[in-house]
Design a protein around this ligand. Structure first.
Ligand code: ZN
Ligand code: ZN
Ligand code: ZN
Ligand code: ZN
Ligand code: ZN
Ligand code: ZN
Ligand code: ZN
Length: 1658
C-alpha cells in the first residue's frame, strides 16, 4: 500500500519537493541513464499522480478551486516541464528559448489557427477555392483588400493560408509573410538527439496515457459530452445523480460541453459507480445513455499531463522552425510494429475514442506542426489517405460534430491541388472516397437502388454524417487539372467508374405511381434522395469540368456513361409489343407506356450526366473532330429521350392537377427539380437530353413520341376536341427544346451570355436586390455565379434610402431579349413578367406584342433542331389550335394555347428571316416556313392554311389581347416574302450579299421606331390638352362654388386676424398676469370606436387617449445608479442626472372612456379564453394592463383623459409682486401647518391672509367619469414608474403624475434641440395631442388625490427650493399663479448653472454665454409646458429653428430677456433666498469636490460610436471572453448600443437571477442599463436586437450595409459591411423618441413566431 500512502498526502509532499527539486539535475540524470525513455517514465509515474490528482472538485469558478488550479499549474511547470526544457535545450530554458527564437527562420506560412468567431477573409477573385482564407492581420497587409473579398466568421479550427502559393492565384503573401532573400539556415540547437528524445517521450506519453494503469483506491466518475442530450437533461440528471445544486450542475454541464468531459464525483470505486449507474439509468430512456466512466485517479492524472505536454509542445515549437521540423520527424517516424505505428498514426486512429478537449489540443498541434510545410504535410497526407476509410467509419459511428473530428483536417489537405492530385494518383483517393461513401449507404431495393424510406432515426443520423464525404470529394475535384498524366487519366476514369456505380444506385430512386381513387396514406420519404442529389450537384458539374479538360478522358467518359445507361435501360421495354403511331403522313413505333399509369422517377442522374457530356462533345468540338471514336450510334435516340421525357410529362401532369392524390411529397420533389439548387443537373439536363435526341431524329417522329407521352396524341389525330388535359405544357416544351440555346455547346454562346440572359429575365419581372439575384442564379463549386461580370452591362443600380435595399434595374435596351417562355420561369414568374413587360410597352407607346427574341445560332451537333419548327406534325398541331381558336366551342381550348402557338409561329418566322439574312443566295436556305404555312391544312382538319387562319383571327373580337402579336406575325410574313422575292429576282444585283437586306431591315427598324416615338409624343400632347380643357370646363361650370369658397376663406382669415390682433401688438405671453388666452373654442373629437362626436368639457363624458407609459433611462447621465427601491423611493425630487424617468407616449387615438373600458374588457376575456386553449405569450401583456390601440395596433398600457384647457386668466385680479406673494404663501403654509397640527399646542394662530381659508376645498371641476380616468392614468404612472402594485392611498401617486409630464416634456425638448427642429410646429400630431393632454392632466391630477397630500407635497417643494436638489419643473399643484414660482425657479436654476460652469469660465462675457446656454433648455421646456397648458399661440420666432429664440422665449414666459435684470429688479427678495440656497451643506460639499456636478446644459445621450468597418467589431467580439467561465470564448457576444458593454448572451454561463427568474445576460443588462429596455448588436449574427422586459423582443436590421445596399443578417453572404450612419441615426432616433417598445409590439403582431422566442434567455 505504499502508493496509497504517498497518494494520501500530495500537497505537503510536493511542497518539500519544490524546495529540493532541481530541474537541471533531473535532466542530466535522465541523460546519463541507460534508457532515457524509461527514466523519464519513471519520473512521471511518481510525480504526475501527486500533482494532478485534483481530488473532489465542484464546478469551476470558486476561489478555492482557482487557487488549487494555480498551484497545480505551478507544480506541473516546475517538476515536470522544466526538466524537459533542460533536457531539450541543455541550458537555462529562458535563455535557450530566446536564443532559438533569435536564430529562427520562420515559415513563410502564417498558419494562424482561428478561434471561434474570428473574422476570416477570402478573395472572390484570387482564392483557389472558397476554403482559402486569411486572418485579419494578413488580410490587411495583402493585395486582396482592394479586391472583391468575402468576410466570414470562423467556426473554429482551420488556419490562415497566407503564404501558401497554391491557395492564391495572385498575391499569396501579405507584407509580413513575403519571403526574404537572405536565407540563413542556421538552426543552432543544442543537440538534435536530445530533442528527438524529448519529443519522442512527450508524444509517447500522450499516445499511451489512456493505457496507463496503477494501483490505488481513488477514482473519478467522469461524465463525457455527447451531441444527443440537451443541457437541461444533463443538468437535471446531475442534480439527481450526484446531489449537487442547480448551480453546480449548470457548471458541470458547461464544462462537459466545452471540454468534452468533467469529473462529477471523486472517491472510492463504489461511490463513483453508484453515480454512474444513476446517470445511465436516467438518460437511457429515449436515446442511448450519456457516456460515464469510472476512472482511476492516476489514469486521469496522466491524461491531464498528456494534454499539458501537448500544449507545451505547441508553444515550444513556436520558438524555432527547426524544432517544429524535428517534432514532425519524430511524430511521423514508423514504430516497431510497422504499418500505422507512428505516433501521429496512433493518435489519429484513436481520435474517436478521445474526448473533445483532448482532440482539440492535438488537432491544434498537428496544424501548428505537420501542416506548416509541404514536405511533412505530404507525408501526413499519405498516411491520412491510407487510413481514410477507417477514420471515416470511426467518425460516422461517433456522435461529435465534425469540427471535433480528425476527419475535418481533410479540408487542409485535399484542397491543396498538388497534394490532392498526388493522393489521387498514388492512393487512388477519388475511388476510395466514393467507395467509402457508397459502403455506408446500405439499404437497397431489388434493383439495387438506394432506399431511404426504410431508414431508422439512427441510420438517418448516420446518413447526415456520411454526407461530409461528399465534401471531401468536392475538395479533391475543386481545381481542374491543366496537365494530365496517363496515371492521372487512369485514376480519374477509375474514380468515374466508381462514381457511375453510385449514380446507378440513384437512377430511378423513389419511383412514384399516380394515385387514383383515394389519397395516399402516408407521405413517402423524399428528402434524403434530394439531399443526396443536391450535395452531388457540384460534384457532377465538376466531373464534367474535368472531362472537358482532356479529349481522351472525355471520349472515354462518354463511353463509360453510355455503357452505364444501357445497363439501366436493360429492363425498359419490358418485352411488350410496341405500338405504332401515325399523324400528318408520318408514322413511328414506340413503347406502350403512360406516365399517368406506370411507375416514374424524378431521379435520372446517369441520363443527365450523359446529356452533360454530350454537350461537352459539341462544345469542345470533339464530336466533329473525332466522330469515328464516338459510340454515337450505340443507343437509339428514342431511348435516350424516353426517361427525361417521362419526367417532364410528370411535372406537366402535376401542374395540371392530375396527381393531387399523391400528396405534398411529390409537389416538393417537383419544386426542387426546378429549383435553382438542383435544376442545373436535373431539369436543365433533361431539356438538353431532349434537344440531343431530337437533333438525332426525324422531327416528326420526335413530336409524335412527345405527343404520345403527353397523352395528347388522340386530340390531334382525331377531329374531336374534347379533352381534359390541355396541351399547354407540351407546347411549352417544344418552345424550350427549340429555343433554349444559351448553353455553351448547344448554341454558339459563352458562359457569360448564359448568366446575362438569366439576369435579364430575373430583372424583367421587377427590379431586384443583389442578394435576390444571387439566389436566383446557380452557384458553381466556388460559390460564384458570374453575376459580377455581367450585372453592370445590363442593369443600373439604385441606392437604397434609410429603409429597404439597393436595387438593380434592367436597362431598357435589353428588353428586346425578353422571352416570355424562358425555361426557368415558374408560372407565377411568367405571369408577373408578362404583366410588367406589357405595362412597360404601353408606357413607351409601343404595341403590346411580346414576340420571341432573336436567338443565337445552334452548334453543328444540334443544328437540325430548327427543323422541329417547320415539320409537318407541328404544323398540324398549330393548324388544329388555330382552328379551335376560330371556332372556340371545344372545351379544351384556352387562350394560352393560342399564345404559345403564336410564339412558335413567331420563332419559325424569325428563324427563316435570320437564315435569309445570313445566306448568300436563296438556294442554301433550307428553312421554308412561310411557304409551308400557305399550304392548306391536311387531314383531319379540312380548314384553310395556317396563314389563312391567322388572317381570319386578326380581327376576331374575342382575341383582342393577341391582336398585336398576330399583326406582328403577319407583318413578318410579308417582310420575309419581300426578302425572298428580292433575293431571287435581284440575286445578280446583290453586290455585297448578306449586307443588303440586313441594312434595309435595320433602316426600316429605325424608321419604325421613330414613327412610334412621334406617335407617342402626339398622344401625350393630346392627353395634356384634353386635361387642361377639362379643368377649365370644370371651373366654369362650378364658378359659383369657387366664388363661395374663396369668400369663406377670406372671412376665416379675417376672423383669425381679429383674434390675434391683441397679441400682434403686445407679443404673446403664455403665463403670468399678462397671459393671453386663446379664444374659447369648442373642442370636438370623434371616438374611434363608436364614431360619435363629443365635445371635450370638464363635465362631459370622459374622452381618453390610448397611451403607453414606460420607464426610461434615455436622458440618464448616470447609468451606474441602482434602480430605486420601489417601496421607499421618494420621487418628489428628481436628481439632476435624470437616471430614471417615466415617459408617456400616445398614438393620438381618441376614444370614449366607456368605449375603451368595454374594449379592454373584451381583450381581457379573449386573452383568458386563449390561455385556456393554448399556452404562450401574446405580443402584449394583458395582466399588466397592456392592450393594442384598436385603430393602429400600437402598444398601449393606459389612457390619458382629455381635459379642456384652462380658462383665460381674470385680468381684473391684481397680481401681487414676488415679495407679496412670498409673504402670503408663507403665511398660508404656516396656517395650513398649524391647521394640520389641530392646534394641539397652544401657539398663537398665525396671521390669516386675506381671503384665505384653511378649510377651503376647491370644487372638483370634473365629472365623475373624467375623475375616474384621471385616477386610472395616475395609477398607471405610479405602477409603472415605481414597479409596485396599485395603491390609491399612496401619497406618491400625484408626484409621479407630475414627474411623467415633466420627463416627457424634457425628452421632447431635447429631441427637438438635437434634431435642430423648431420648438413649435414640428411635432407630429400624435405627440402634440399627447403633450397637451399630459400637461392639462398634470394640472388637474390633484383632484384625484386627497387635498392633504397635495398640501404636504407643496410644502416640501416650496421649502426645499435649494439648489442642487431639484431641477424638475413640477408646477401648478394648486391654483397658485405660476408666475412667481417660475421666477424663483429661473433664479434658482441660474444659480445651479452658474455653479456647474463656474470652474471653467474666466471672463464675464463667457459666463453670460454659458449661463444662457445652460438655461435655454429649461426655458424651452417651460415654454412647451405653458403653451400646452394654456393654449397660448406660440410666437412666430419659435416656429422656426435658429437664433433669436432667447428673446422670444423670455417674452413668451414674461421674463426680462436680460436675466441679470430679473435678479436686480427683485434684488431684495432674492438675496436672502440665494444665500439660503448657498448655505445648504450639500452645495459646499459639492463645490469642494465631494460630489458629481451635473453640467448644464445636459448633453443629450447618444448611442455608442460604431466602427465603420464591420470586421473590426467581429474581431473585437472574437477576443471577448465570457466574464464568468474563466477565459472562455463567448458564443454569442452581444454589444449594448446604449453603454457599449459587451455581453455573453444566450448562454447558461452568464444567466443571472432577476426577480426570481434566470435570465440571459442581455435581459439582465437591460434592467441595469435601460430600466428593462435594451438595444443590442448581436455581433456574430449582424443583427440588432431590441428587448423590452422579459417576454418581449424583436430583431431589427443592423446599420451595416454591403456595397449593394443590403444588410447581411446572419452574416451568410460575407460581403464586406460598412456602417450606414443614416440608418444608425434612425435607430438612435427611435430610442430617443422612446419608440423601441412600439417597434417590438408591431413586429410581434406582424410575425407571430417572434412571440414564441424566449427573449429572456438572450
Ligand atoms: Zn495570417
Ligand atoms: Zn500573412
Ligand atoms: Zn484578390
Ligand atoms: Zn365611443
Ligand atoms: Zn392608435
Ligand atoms: Zn458567459
Ligand atoms: Zn448597456
Amino acid at each position: 500500500m505504499a502508493a496509497a500512502e504517498s497518494d494520501g498526502d500530495p500537497p505537503s509532499a510536493s511542497r518539500s519537493e519544490f524546495l529540493n527539486f532541481s530541474a537541471k539535475d533531473t535532466a542530466s540524470r535522465w541523460l546519463a541513464a541507460a534508457d532515457l525513455q524509461q527514466e523519464v517514465y519513471r519520473h512521471l509515474a511518481v510525480y504526475v499522480p501527486r500533482i494532478l490528482c485534483l481530488g473532489p472538485s465542484g464546478g469551476s469558478g470558486s476561489r478555492e478551486e482557482q487557487r488549487e488550479e494555480q498551484r497545480e499549474e505551478l507544480a506541473c511547470q516546475l517538476l515536470l516541464l522544466a526538466p524537459m526544457e533542460w533536457l531539450l535545450l541543455g541550458e537555462e530554458p529562458a535563455a535557450g528559448l530566446a536564443q532559438l527564437q533569435e536564430n529562427n527562420q520562420p515559415s513563410p506560412l502564417c498558419g494562424h489557427v482561428f478561434k471561434v468567431g474570428e473574422p476570416t477573409y477570402s478573395c472572390r477573385e484570387c482564392a483557389a477555392d472558397p476554403t482559402c482564407v486569411l486572418c485579419m492581420q494578413c488580410f490587411l497587409g495583402s493585395v486582396h483588400k482592394e479586391h472583391r473579398y468575402r468576410m466570414t466568421t470562423s467556426g473554429g479550427g482551420g488556419f490562415c493560408d497566407c503564404g501558401d502559393a497554391e491557395a492564391w492565384k495572385k498575391g499569396p503573401y501579405c507584407q509580413k509573410h513575403t519571403p526574404t532573400d537572405n536565407n540563413i539556415r542556421s538552426v543552432t540547437i543544442h543537440s538534435c538527439t536530445a530533442c528527438t528524445h524529448t519529443f519522442c517521450v512527450c508524444v509517447c506519453v500522450c499516445a499511451c496515457a489512456c493505457a496507463r494503469r496503477e494501483r490505488g483506491d481513488t477514482y473519478y466518475c467522469m461524465l463525457f459530452n455527447d451531441e444527443v442530450h440537451t443541457y437541461e437533461q444533463v443538468i437535471y440528471t446531475l442534480q439527481k445523480a450526484v446531489n449537487c445544486s442547480q448551480k453546480e450542475a449548470v457548471s458541470f454541464a458547461t464544462t462537459v460541453d466545452r471540454d468534452g468531459r468533467k469529473s462529477v464525483r471523486y472517491g472510492d470505486f463504489q461511490f463513483c459507480d453508484q453515480a454512474k449507474s444513476v446517470i445511465v439509468r436516467n438518460t437511457s430512456r429515449q436515446s442511448k445513455p450519456l457516456r460515464v466512466q469510472v476512472m482511476h485517479s492516476s489514469v486521469v492524472a496522466h491524461q491531464c499531463f498528456a494534454l499539458k505536454a501537448l500544449s507545451w509542445l505547441g508553444q515550444i515549437i513556436q520558438y524555432s522552425d527547426g524544432l517544429r521540423r524535428i517534432l514532425c520527424q519524430v511524430g511521423l517516424q514508423k514504430g516497431a510494429e510497422g504499418e500505422n505505428s507512428s505516433l501521429v498514426d496512433r493518435l489519429m486512429l484513436n481520435d474517436s475514442k478521445m474526448w473533445k478537449g483532448a482532440r482539440n489540443i492535438y488537432h491544434q498541434l498537428l496544424m501548428n506542426s505537420l501542416l506548416m510545410d509541404l514536405k511533412y504535410k505530404k507525408i501526413f497526407a499519405i498516411q491520412f489517405a491510407k487510413s481514410y476509410e477507417r477514420l471515416q467509419s470511426d467518425y460516422v459511428k461517433d456522435d461529435h460534430d465534425r469540427e471535433f473530428s480528425i476527419t475535418d483536417l481533410s479540408v487542409q489537405i485535399f484542397t491543396v491541388p498538388s497534394l490532392a492530385r498526388m493522393l489521387m494518383v498514388e492512393e487512388n483517393l477519388m475511388t476510395t472516397i466514393i467507395r467509402t461513401f457508397v459502403d455506408h449507404l446500405r439499404h437497397r431495393d431489388l434493383q439495387g437502388r438506394f432506399q431511404f424510406d426504410r431508414y431508422t432515426a439512427q441510420q438517418a443520423f448516420k446518413f447526415g454524417r456520411v454526407q461530409s464525404l461528399i465534401g471531401d470529394l468536392k475538395y479533391v475535384l475543386i481545381s481542374r487539372p491543366s496537365e494530365w498524366s496517363d496515371q492521372l487519366r487512369m485514376k480519374f476514369l477509375e474514380g468515374l467508374d466508381a462514381f457511375l456505380e453510385l449514380l446507378k444506385c440513384m437512377q430511378g430512386m423513389d419511383p412514384v405511381v399516380r394515385q387514383v381513387g383515394q389519397h395516399i396514406e402516408m407521405e413517402p420519404e423524399w428528402e434524403a434522395a434530394f439531399t443526396l442529389q443536391m450535395k452531388l450537384t457540384h460534384i457532377i458539374s465538376m466531373i464534367q469540368e474535368w472531362c472537358s479538360a482532356d479529349e481522351c478522358v472525355l471520349i472515354e467518359a462518354y463511353r463509360k456513361c453510355l455503357g452505364a445507361l444501357s445497363h439501366c435501360y436493360s429492363g425498359l421495354p419490358d418485352g411488350e409489343q410496341p405500338i405504332s403511331l401515325s399523324l400528318a403522313g408520318h408514322s413511328v413505333e414506340t413503347f406502350r407506356y403512360q406516365v399517368s399509369q406506370d411507375k416514374v422517377s424524378i431521379h435520372l442522374p446517369v441520363c443527365r450526366l450523359l446529356a452533360g457530356l454530350h454537350v461537352l462533345l459539341s462544345r469542345t468540338e470533339v464530336a466533329s473532330r473525332f466522330p469515328e471514336q464516338l459510340p454515337l450510334g450505340e443507343l437509339s435516340p428514342p431511348l435516350l429521350i424516353e426517361l427525361p421525357l417521362r419526367c417532364l410529362v410528370l411535372c406537366a401532369q402535376v401542374h395540371a392537377g392530375m396527381w393531387r392524390r399523391n400528396g405534398f411529397s411529390l409537389i416538393n420533389q417537383i419544386y426542387y427539380y426546378h429549383n435553382v439548387k438542383c435544376r442545373v443537373e436535373m431539369f436543365d439536363k433533361d431539356i438538353i437530353m431532349l434537344q440531343a435526341g431530337a437533333s438525332m431524329m426525324d422531327p416528326n417522329h420526335f413530336l409524335m413520341i412527345v405527343l404520345s407521352r403527353f397523352e395528347l396524341f388522340h386530340i390531334f389525330s382525331s377531329v374531336s376536341t374534347d379533352s381534359t388535359d390541355s396541351p399547354l405544357s407540351m407546347l411549352h416544351l417544344i418552345i424550350m427544346v427549340v429555343g433554349e440555346r444559351y448553353v455553351a455547346g448547344v448554341g454558339q454562346v459563352e458562359p457569360f451570355d448564359e448568366v446575362r440572359r438569366e439576369i435579364i429575365h430575373q430583372l424583367s419581372i421587377r427590379p431586384m436586390a443583389h442578394s435576390e439575384l444571387v439566389k436566383a442564379l446557380p452557384e458553381n463549386g466556388n460559390k460564384e455565379t458570374g453575376l459580377e461580370r455581367v450585372i453592370d452591362t445590363v442593369a443600373s443600380f439604385k441606392k437604397p434610402g434609410v429603409t429597404g435595399r439597393g436595387l438593380y434595374e434592367l436597362r431598357p435596351e435589353w428588353n428586346k431579349y425578353f422571352n416570355l417562355y424562358f425555361h426557368h420561369y415558374s408560372r407565377a414568374d411568367q405571369s408577373k413578367a408578362e404583366e410588367a413587360q406589357r405595362k412597360l410597352r404601353r408606357q413607351n407607346g409601343e404595341d403590346t406584342a411580346l414576340p420571341p427574341p432573336l436567338l443565337p445560332p445552334l452548334c453543328p451537333l444540334f443544328a437540325s433542331l430548327v427543323n422541329l419548327l417547320q415539320c409537318d406534325v407541328l404544323l398540324a398541331v398549330e393548324g388544329a389550335v388555330l382552328q379551335w381558336a376560330v371556332e372556340p366551342s371545344g372545351g379544351g381550348w384556352t387562350e394560352s394555347m393560342l399564345q404559345r402557338v403564336l410564339h412558335l409561329v413567331g420563332m419559325a418566322l424569325l428563324e427563316e428571316q435570320q437564315q435569309l439574312e445570313n445566306s448568300s443566295g436563296d438556294d442554301d436556305v433550307t428553312f421554308n416556313y412561310t411557304c409551308k404555312i400557305t399550304r392548306p391544312g391536311e387531314a383531319p382538319s379540312t380548314s384553310g392554311s395556317v396563314l389563312a387562319l391567322l388572317e381570319s383571327l386578326q380581327n376576331a373580337p374575342h382575341l383582342e389581347v393577341h391582336k398585336d402579336m398576330i399583326t406582328w406575325i403577319l407583318k413578318m410574313v410579308t417582310n420575309i416574302k419581300t426578302m425572298r422575292e428580292r433575293t431571287s429576282s435581284t440575286s445578280t444585283i446583290t453586290i455585297s450579299p448578306g449586307q443588303g437586306p440586313e441594312e434595309t431591315v435595320r433602316d426600316k427598324d429605325k424608321a419604325e421606331r421613330k414613327r412610334k416615338a412621334e406617335m407617342a409624343r402626339l398622344r401625350r400632347e393630346k392627353i395634356m390638352a384634353q386635361m387642361s380643357e377639362m379643368q377649365k370646363h370644370f371651373i366654369n361650370e362650378n364658378k359659383e362654388l369657387f366664388q363661395q369658397s374663396l369668400e369663406e376663406l377670406e372671412a376665416s382669415t379675417s376672423a383669425t386676424a381679429e383674434n390675434s390682433s391683441v397679441p400682434t401688438c403686445v407679443s404673446q405671453v403664455c403665463v403670468g398676469p399678462r397671459r393671453v388666452g386663446r379664444a374659447e373654442r369648442r373642442q370636438l373629437v370623434t371616438c374611434i370606436l363608436c364614431q360619435e362626436e363629443q365635445e371635450v368639457r370638464g363635465h362631459g363624458r370622459a374622452m381618453v387617449l390610448a397611451a403607453f407609459v414606460q420607464r426610461s433611462t434615455v436622458l440618464s447621465k448616470n447609468r451606474r445608479r441602482n434602480l430605486p427601491d420601489p417601496e421607499r423611493h421618494d420621487p418628489l425630487f428628481m436628481h439632476p442626472d435624470l437616471s430614471l424617468g417615466i415617459h408617456t407616449a400616445s398614438c393620438g387615438h381618441i376614444m370614449h372612456a366607456t368605449c375603451w373600458q368595454r374594449y379592454f374588457e373584451a381583450v381581457q376575456l379573449k386573452e383568458q379564453r386563449r390561455q385556456q386553449r393554448l399556452r404562450g405569450h401574446t405580443s402584449y401583456d394583458v395582466e399588466n394592463g397592456e392592450f393594442l390601440c384598436p385603430l393602429c395596433e400600437c402598444l398601449s398600457n393606459t389612457v390619458i383623459p382629455l381635459l379642456p384647457h384652462t380658462p383665460s386668466p381674470d385680468h381684473s385680479v391684481n397680481h401681487s409682486c414676488l415679495e407679496e406673494w412670498l409673504e402670503t404663501t408663507n403665511q398660508q403654509i404656516a396656517l395650513l401647518h398649524s391647521a394640520n397640527k389641530k392646534q394641539s399646542d397652544g401657539q398663537s394662530p398665525p396671521v390669516v391672509p386675506e381671503g384665505f381659508r384653511v378649510d377651503f376645498t376647491p370644487q372638483n371641476p370634473f365629472s365623475s367619469s373624467i375623475s375616474e380616468m384621471i385616477t386610472t392614468f395616475s395609477m398607471s404612472t405610479y405602477k409603472v414608474g415605481l414597479k409596485v402594485n396599485p395603491n390609491e392611498q399612496d401619497h406618491r401617486v400625484p408626484v409621479l403624475s407630475w414627474s411623467t409630464c415633466a420627463y416627457t416634456i424634457q425628452s421632447i425638448e431635447r429631441f427637438l434641440m438635437d434634431e435642430e427642429k423648431p420648438l413649435f410646429g414640428s411635432l407630429p400630431c400624435r405627440q402634440d395631442d399627447c403633450l397637451s393632454s399630459l400637461t392639462r392632466f398634470s394640472s388637474a391630477c390633484w383632484t384625484a388625490a386627497p387635498l392633504k397630500t397635495v398640501h404636504t407635497h407643496f410644502f416640501r417643494l416650496f421649502a426645499a427650493l435649494v439648489p442642487d436638489s431639484q431641477v424638475e419643473n413640477t408646477p401648478c399643484i394648486l391654483d397658485i399663479d405660476m408666475f412667481h414660482l417660475l421666477h424663483i425657479n429661473v433664479i434658482k436654476y441660474l444659480l445651479c448653472v452658474c455653479v456647474s460652469v463656474l470652474p471653467e469660465v474666466s471672463s464675464g462675457w463667457q459666463l453670460w454665454r454659458c449661463v444662457k446656454a445652460g438655461v435655454l433648455p429649461f426655458l424651452r421646456a417651460a415654454t412647451l409646458f405653458f403653451h400646452y397648458l394654456n393654449s397660448t399661440a406660440p410666437p412666430a420666432d419659435l416656429l422656426v429653428a435658429g437664433p433669436g429664440q432667447w428673446e422670444a422665449l423670455c417674452s413668451y414666459l414674461s421674463l426680462p430677456s436680460n436675466l441679470l435684470q430679473l435678479h436686480q429688479s427683485q434684488h431684495t427678495q432674492l438675496e436672502p433666498l440665494i444665500h439660503r440656497w448657498c448655505r445648504h451643506p450639500g452645495v459646499t460639499q459639492t463645490l469642494q469636490g465631494g460630489g458629481v456636478i451635473v453640467r448644464f446644459p445636459r448633453e443629450s445621450n447618444r448611442l455608442i460610436e460604431l466602427p465603420e468597418d464591420y470586421s473590426v467589431l467581429i474581431n473585437q467580439a472574437s477576443s471577448f471572453t465570457c466574464p464568468r467561465s474563466g477565459g472562455d470564448k463567448s458564443r454569442a457576444p452581444t454589444l449594448c448600443l446604449v453603454c457599449g458593454s459587451m455581453l455573453c448572451s444566450q448562454s447558461y454561463c452568464c444567466q443571472t437571477e432577476v426577480d426570481g427568474e434566470d435570465v440571459g445576460a442581455c435581459t439582465a443588462h437591460t434592467f441595469t442599463c435601460g430600466a428593462g429596455l435594451g438595444l443590442f448588436l448581436r455581433v456574430r449574427e449582424s443583427q440588432v436586437l431590441f428587448v423590452a422586459g422579459k417576454t418581449k423582443g424583436c430583431f431589427y436590421p443592423p446599420p451595416y450595409l454591403d456595397d449593394y445596399g443590403e444588410t447581411d443578417q446572419g452574416l451568410k453572404r460575407g460581403n464586406p459591411l460598412h456602417l450606414c450612419s443614416e440608418r444608425y441615426r434612425k435607430i438612435e432616433r427611435l430610442w430617443r423618441q422612446h419608440g423601441i417598445a412600439e417597434v417590438i409590439g408591431h413586429a410581434q403582431e406582424a410575425n407571430q413566431t417572434l412571440v414564441a422566442i424566449d427573449w429572456q434567455h438572450l
